[in-house]
Design a protein around this ligand. Structure first.
Ligand code: URA
Length: 531
């Protein structure tokens, strides 16, 4: 290679398939540059899309020290210049062999949109040809980048297949289906190949900002021409996401009906369908409103309501198989007395017979109770079951409820961790606890933990002052004991046993009081530590 002025090779990029043609050109030039012995750091690769060439992509290979690209006309090569015509390139190309895996990676990475992609791919090829096989390994810096580019392209390919939405064209025009999509990388050709196989004889067109694919039912045509010129006026509506066909209302109705606000998990939703795709999807335009509704109290009622009003075919149910109906949403579901409803799945009401003599009051629903809508079904509920078993009290004879009816939590990674409700929240929820007390009129109220005790007394109090010391509260006895989750928090098995046994004794004591017995005078010792 001489040190003469700029040496430029202009290569025709393929009009069909955009990157397909560019890759072929890069490959031909890269082989030629390898044959000339040009190290990567001495070569400048430039890519430009020239409107004057009707969308033709051009790759320019400049020699070291080349002047910055001045625009349309590349300088005419001097004596040392590589010939521009492809047959010459092919004749001069060395016999370069790469592994199948590397060849596949190079082709995938060539679809990665970055101005440096061709220079980078040439560096990979150069190192390989120098015998540096590490370049194909993810452990190598260049190799890692190559793998990451290929991975991003595979992802864009997968996204395109998942998120392209065809609209049936009105009337008898062809192609029958139209779609607009904005892929992150140059994956139109590979995705089009997938749709050509999947959509059989139906004709379709997919437009993208970089080009379009047309399937006429038999053959695929890829084009780098500006998309709007291809299929007329429909395209503007497609691009704006405003195109609709007869099927779309059905699809939207279906999508709305399968959305369950009680199960809203925004992180999972966005992971499955990233926000950037929403604008291109008919259902994507529904999602923000559905999320807002779910946050604003539709969690429990919205789907049930929507499904309830749907016309359907009556299905005969054998009375023996009939499940008890879920209670109609009560005003508790609509409670806005404090802010806890915002992040809870639903309000969790008390459960048990309204004729129960004993009412157990816990603190607030836990994670599992929040999802199930039922008090004491999680780990603390299991401890309580054990305590009731020891007390000889059948769980279904007791009314169980909580001082606070919505789950208060903080996020720790994917987990929702219990957070103790504040005094304001306990006071706000006293309304519901009062209602339950006046409905059930229990003879004995067993409070579990300090929050429940405070809620029943109507003021904060020290649990230790009330342990094993039942007090009269109007018509009822108040028996205070530990919260069952205290047993779950202690590491020491002996201490855990003490706590479970103390809760069991308190419940047994409550049963005696409910049966009319007087409370014993000397209080037995209680386990030390925080409840
Ligand atoms: N803890 C409570 O206080 N109540 C429940 O319902 C569950 C756990």
């Amino acid at each position: 290679m001489s040190g003469a002025g700029p040496r430029t090779l202009v290569v025709e990029g393929g009009i069909e398939g955009g990157v397909e043609g560019r890759y072929a050109d890069w490959r031909a030039q890269a082989l030629r540059a390898l044959a000339a012995g040009w190290p990567p750091e001495t070569v400048t690769w430039t890519e430009r899309c020239s409107a004057a060439s009707g969308g033709t992509e051009q790759l320019m290979l400049l020699d070291p020290g080349a002047a910055p690209d001045s625009g349309d006309d590349a300088p005419v090569p001097d004596d040392d210049a590589l010939p521009a015509a492809r047959p010459d390139i092919a004749r001069a190309a060395p016999d370069v062999r790469v592994s199948k895996a590397l060849a596949a990676l190079l082709q995938e990475a060539a679809r990665y949109r970055s101005p440096q992609r061709w220079a980078f791919l040439y560096r990979i090829l150069w190192r390989w040809c120098q015998g540096d096989r590490a370049v194909a390994s993810p452990a190598d810096e260049d190799g890692a980048r190559l793998h990451a580019m290929a991975k991003a392209v595979r992802r864009a390919h997968h996204d395109m297949i998942a998120y392209v939405r065809f609209h049936r064209r009105s009337g008898d025009g062809t192609p029958e289906y139209l779609a607009w999509y904005e892929p992150e990388h140059d994956v139109l050709a590979v995705a089009a190949d997938h749709f050509a196989r999947r959509m059989g004889g139906a004709s379709w067109w997919i437009g993208t900002p970089q080009g379009a694919a047309l399937w006429d039912g038999h053959a695929l045509q890829l084009s780098g021409t500006p998309a709007d010129a291809m299929a007329g006026a429909d395209i503007a509506a497609l691009r704006a996401g405003a195109a609709a066909d007869d099927i779309e209302p059905l699809w939207l109705a279906y999508y709305r009906s399968i959305f369950n606000p009680a199960r809203l998990n925004e992180a999972a939703l966005e992971q499955h369908m990233p926000v950037r795709f929403w604008k291109g999807l008919p259902e994507g335009r529904l999602i923000p409103a559905m999320i807002a509704d779910a946050r604003n109290g539709a969690r429990r009622v919205a789907q049930a309501g929507a499904v309830g009003t749907m016309k359907g075919k009556p299905v005969a149910v054998d009375p023996q198989d009939a499940q008890p109906l879920r209670p109609a949403p009560s005003s508790l579901d609509q409670c806005r007395r404090c802010e806890l409803w915002r992040h809870a799945t639903q309000a969790v009401p008390g459960r048990g017979p309204e004729t129960a003599r004993i009412m157990l009051v816990g603190e607030q629903p836990g994670d599992q109770e929040d999802l199930a809508g039922r008090a004491f079904v999680g780990p603390a509920g299991k401890v309580l079951d054990e305590a009731m078993r020891r007390a000889g009290v059948p769980p279904d004879s007791i009314y169980m409820t909580n001082a606070v009816k919505h789950f208060k939590w903080i996020a720790r990674g994917k987990r929702r961790l219990h957070k103790t409700p504040g005094q304001r929240e306990v006071e706000a929820c006293a309304h519901w606890l009062e209602q339950e007390r006046s409905r059930v009129r229990p003879a004995v109220i067993v409070t579990l933990g300090a929050t429940a005790l405070g809620a029943i007394l109507g003021r904060q109090a020290s649990l230790r002052d009330y342990l094993n010391a039942p007090v009269r509260l109007g018509d009822a006895w108040l028996v205070a004991t530990w919260h069952p989750s205290y047993a779950l928090r202690v590491d020491d098995a002996g201490k855990r046993e003490e706590i479970v046994s103390a809760i069991g004794q308190a419940i047994a004591h409550g049963r005696q009081l409910a049966a009319g017995a007087t409370p014993p005078s000397p209080p037995p010792p209680s386990p030390a530590g925080r409840q």
